[in-house]
Design a protein around this ligand. Structure first.
Ligand code: SF4
Length: 75
């Protein structure tokens, strides 16, 4: 099964938290010490069992902050 590497663009993130609702095992939203909340990726290479949740987070993030990159898992 395909596996994703998770990238986020913190410049685009506005801390809505939709990502955390869709996939709490991978995304956290927290104050970065600036008074603004931003996403934090808990796992850069999540297990394939989380793919559906990851895809929902990517789709529903209002700012299109999340990018999923399919990686080779044939090793
Ligand atoms: S849903 Fe998108 S904009 Fe909102 S916290 Fe998550 S990554 Fe950032």
């Amino acid at each position: 099964m395909a596996r994703y590497r998770v990238e986020v663009d913190l410049l685009l993130c506005q801390g809505h938290g939709v990502c955390k609702e869709e996939c709490p095992g991978v995304f956290e939203v927290e104050d970065q010490g600036t008074g603004y909340s931003k996403v934090r990726v808990l796992q850069e290479y999540p297990a394939p069992s989380l793919n559906e949740e990851l895809e929902a987070a990517e789709t529903y993030c209002p700012n299109r902050t999340i990018r999923l990159i399919a990686v080779d898992t044939t090793d």
